[in-house]
Design a protein around this ligand. Structure first.
Ligand SMILES: [Zn+2]
Length: 93
């Protein structure tokens, strides 16, 4: 007789880094991709296909730390490009 229950899918979901809760409305966030737009000086940086989490309830978008860091690196790099609009694809940037 074993009283211990094997953790169901709920346990796995909470431990996964792919599960996040919205900081604004506590809604469930799902994994998707988005268009990241950042204005720096006279340059507008547009990054396509950025992996992110979007709230199912309010639409809030958040990035995991490694993605946020990479967006920062891409933005910094393009700041020196001296173009008005820089468009890059995240998957190849
Ligand atoms: Zn939300």
């Amino acid at each position: 007789m074993n009283p211990m229950k094997i953790g169901g899918s709920m346990t796995l979901k909470q431990e996964s880094i792919y599960y996040m809760e919205c900081i604004y409305c506590s809604g469930e966030m799902h994994e998707t991709t988005t268009l990241y737009v950042q204005e720096i000086g006279s340059t507008i940086v547009i990054v396509k296909n950025v992996p992110c989490f979007k709230c199912k309830k309010c639409g809030e978008i958040s990035y995991i730390a490694s993605v946020a860091k990479r967006l920062e690196d891409i933005t910094k790099r393009l700041e020196k490009a001296f173009t008005e609009i820089a468009v890059v694809n995240y998957t190849v940037a």
